[in-house]
Design a protein around this ligand. Sequence first.
Ligand code: MLZ
Length: 287
Amino acid sequence: MSEFELGMVLEGVDPCHESLICCLSISEIQGCRLRLHFEGYTELHDFWCSADSPFLFPVGWAKHNGFPLQPPKGYEAGSFNWFDYIMTNKLRAVPRCLFSVPWDLPLPDHGFSEGQKLEAVDPRNPDHICVATVAIVMANRICIHFDGWDNTYDFWTKVDSPTIHPVGWCEQHDRALSLPEEWCRQVFTWDRYLESTCSEPVMPAAFRPRQPIPFDLGMKLEFVDPRNTRLVRIGTVVDPNPYPGFLQILPDGWGEKFAFITLDSSMELLPVGYCHRTGHPLEPLPT
Ligand code: MLZ
């Protein structure tokens, strides 16, 4: 590739606080993957991301589309100005044409609105279905916040994901619903909860889950190592459906305890041949 160059600045979702859009710069390039640096912060927070991620945006995009932008460290959100920052620091912005997300985000028409409540699977704890809120709407994706938990659990999902459900789904399917802590000591009903939080539920008709992605037992793939996201490895699907919308991957050559569960829609799952095609190193199998 690529017209992406080291040091260029852009905006993007913080993978550890997914509700936040931050000021980033490119600190390393491998094939079509970028190591991104939070402007003004230590490189300990750097993270790897595919250059065509729907969570990377050109400079000015957040403001243009009405989303708050976290400024570089040391700047106030109200007074930060990209233009001045770029001029003062003699930076270059990633050209707009290199992003997969359009400059003008299309308006959503799927029936999910900010502040509405739903039941959602916690991707990092897929046996937990939790009381949740639509925190942000971005075209056909929503950022889910788990009520009573901090924003490190927030995550983006497409509106047709099989991991989100209307209020009352757990009761109807005889499943436990994880409650915000303060509701563990009192009788929870959705009616009481909606009233006490002055909120509305997402309407059931908005939930139109997609068909499962056809992963089968034994299929090979390449994947970003969740323990070190710089690395892409070879793996095998060892359980195509541990939970709806999830699959289990075993890194080839590694013991069973290294198997991990991930969303089947994860952008960290890559087709066989990805590394070769994009000029990214592929980790050798352990000997
Ligand atoms: N073991 C974890 C579970 C957290 C689940 C949060 N779900 C939104 C903990 O207690 O921290």
